[in-house]
Ligand binder design. Structure first.
Ligand SMILES: Cc1cc2nc3c(=O)[nH]c(=O)nc-3n(C[C@H](O)[C@H](O)[C@H](O)COP(=O)(O)OP(=O)(O)OC[C@H]3O[C@@H](n4cnc5c(N)ncnc54)[C@H](O)[C@@H]3O)c2cc1C
Length: 388
């Protein structure tokens, strides 16, 4: 049984590891010449930590990441408007939460693929999938082609050719806001308490996630109707024009993060879809569902897919259609809910109406975060054998 995974991001690599661990031979094809690092960092919430433990990498991750305590919300003047206890979330879900720089997570996954002798072919840019009586063939821009028994579409959210093959359309939806993301590092310890700080303005937001007491990744966001040219030389002035009168730590982070460690992203997602497979091709990760960063769950859900798909294929290897249908059934409702939740939070955070934002902040202040943690733990644990 030859399994090919198209895309070597978090979803593709973790699926390769999960499949290899249950006995399948897998090969990964990635368009770039090295692993990709879009986005500065991620939080591996307890549901992701469960999968990372199953993949045999959680110990390594714990050594290069931050153990977060609280998720604190503030107004853009620094007034506290709510605090969620991450240790309580971890306790309810029975696994830790870790903040990690994306590059570190990718390196650990790559290291694990090397230990397991998984082949990754870089510079293999998929340009077309063709239907040949159930056995789909894949054409790469370098002239090579393959026709494996199973194809896993893990080619991300922006231009997924596997999504196009399965679903007919692959156009992502611009959700009306920009994120500048970066990694900030310094010698002095500004982040003595490892907690997320999330500042909300009117149509603007700045989030800081420490991974150690001297290092943090961050995202500055603003509502923006139209997509225009990206010019890295303007990043700092754009950020300063938005955030210069916000709390000092934000201006410090903007001014002291090297330009080479900042990216600007016009943030897109996809509507949930019902069909995740066609013939011998199945989608996962952002190619199947791509929640906004406001969900905090994009990479976590790609990891969950890896674990579920390996299990579905192992148990139903003689009936691919059954394996893929079961996988879709197991994953669709949870990922759709997370996508819609991410949109709802984004539409509130990036609402530029000052009166709306006053009420929103008050509602945040009056939220019962103890109940919110219980709800999050229940939702994020669903479908996984972890306790709540
Ligand atoms: C700004 C931003 C911030 C985010 N922050 C978080 C966060 O804090 N927490 C979180 O959990 N998630 C976050 N996410 C979401 C998270 O990054 C994704 O959900 C996750 O990376 C999905 O993994 P994936 O493997 O499906 O896709 P990707 O990581 O995008 O990987 C897709 C891979 O496929 C390759 N590929 C694409 N096209 C082809 C082709 N034609 N041929 C061959 N290879 C191809 C790409 O090069 C890439 O390596 C964020 C996303 C964005 C945009």
């Amino acid at each position: 049984m030859e399994i090919s995974i198209l895309g070597g991001g978090i979803g593709g690599l973790s699926t390769a590891i999960a499949l290899k661990q249950v006995g399948f031979d897998v090969t990964v094809y990635e368009r770039f010449s090295r692993p990709t690092e879009i986005g500065a960092g991620i939080v591996c919430w307890p549901n992701a930590s469960f999968v990372l433990e199953q993949l045999g990498v959680l110990d390594k991750i714990s050594k290069v990441s931050g153990s977060l305590n609280y998720m604190n919300r503030f107004t853009n003047t620094g007034e506290p408007i709510g605090s969620l206890d991450i240790n309580e979330l971890n306790r309810l879900m029975n696994y830790p939460s870790y903040s990690i720089i994306r590059k570190d997570l990718m390196n650990i996954l790559i290291q694990r693929t090397i230990e397991l002798n998984i082949n990754i072919h870089y510079q293999h840019d998929v340009i077309e999938l063709m239907n040949n009586n159930f056995n789909t063939s894949v054409q790469f821009s370098n002239g090579k082609s393959i026709q494996p028994d199973i194809i896993i579409g893990a080619d991300g959210r922006m231009k997924s050719l596997t999504r196009k093959y399965v679903n007919g359309s692959n156009a992502p939806i611009y959700q009306g806001f920009i994120n500048w993301v970066g990694v900030f590092e310094q010698e002095t310890a500004d982040f003595s308490e490892l907690s997320v700080s999330d500042y909300w303005g009117a149509g603007e937001r700045f989030g800081i996630v420490p991974v150690s007491n001297t290092k943090a990744y961050w995202a500055g966001g603003v509502a923006c109707e139209k997509i225009s040219e990206i010019n890295p030389n303007k990043y700092k002035s754009e950020l300063n024009s938005l955030f210069s009168d916000w709390p000092d730590i934000i201006t410090k982070i903007i001014n002291e993060t090297p330009l080479s460690r900042i990216n600007k992203i016009y943030v897109h997602d996809h509507d949930p879809i019902d069909l995740w497979h066609k013939n011998n091709v199945v989608l996962l990760g952002d190619a199947a569902h791509s929640p906004l960063p406001t969900s905090g769950q994009g990479a976590c859900q790609a990891l969950e897919d890896a674990w579920h798909l390996a299990k579905c294929l192992k148990d139903n290897i003689n009936d691919l259609s059954k394996a893929f249908t079961l996988f879709t059934q197991l994953r669709k409702s949870k990922t759709s809910g997370i996508t819609m939740g991410g949109r709802q939070l984004a539409s509130s955070i990036f609402n530029p109406d000052v009166e709306f934002c006053k009420h929103r902040n008050l509602a945040s202040k009056n939220t019962n975060y103890q109940n919110a943690v219980v709800g999050m733990a229940k939702g994020w644990s669903s479908g996984l054998p972890i306790s709540t």
